[in-house]
Design a protein around this ligand. Sequence first.
Ligand code: SAM
Length: 249
Amino acid sequence: MRFDVLTIFPSLFEHHPREGILGKAIEKGLVEIYPVNIRDYALDPHRTTDDRPYGGGEGMVMKPEPIYGALESVERKDRSIVLLLTPQGERFDQAMARELAALEQIILVCGRYEGVDERIRELCIDREVSIGDYVLSGGELAALVIIDAVSRLIPGVLGGERSAEEDSFSDGLLEYPHYTRPREFQGLRVPEVLLSGDHEKIRQWRRAESLKRTLARRPDLLEKARLTPQDLALLEEVKKELQGGVHQG
Ligand code: SAM
């Protein structure tokens, strides 16, 4: 997967992607990240990339010509998409990450100030994406979030394919809780079932915990989750357990 990131702060992409799983993916040649400095495509000697808004008002707007020039400089692969990072876009989630991971190239346009001139949206953007209902100072962190979440789904990036399959959201549920050594920490013991060596029991416990957690924290996810008849039976038990807890309390 190739990511081209249009930004006025290309140095923000120097360190983060070199560490951890993403760093290894780059070393293995599975992921490539190319920051493109929008300033290099400014038309004046001062390399200006923003200007005052027509109609007046606070803040500056990113000029269209440098972004347009930067986009034209990017070599396009067959299956590529141009995303604009904006709080006004579709909300990014695991399903969108999966869709994007099937492409060959993602071009990310990072805004700053009040955002980009509207004509860039109209002329060049395939999809507008938000990483959540809050306002960041720039699109760069949002671009890194998308790069990270999409890269994890590219075959070969994680050690075993299973880890991505079991992550939260992959089957519509939140993941079960994790424990490692020591067996007891600050008076809290690891659940016995995880020490039993009985793989079927462990699998069932994890599924039940996953359902319990999703019901307690994100009940909205259960409506769309892929649930087996066994899951539905477990869910009924979990609901009864929780209702019992409420009556007792
Ligand atoms: N005035 C804009 C508005 O109200 O929609 C917000 C501009 S924001 C200060 C500057 C830039 O940060 C945006 O152009 C966008 O690229 C990025 N940005 C801010 N919040 C974001 C979010 N939640 N998701 C994705 N990008 C975001």
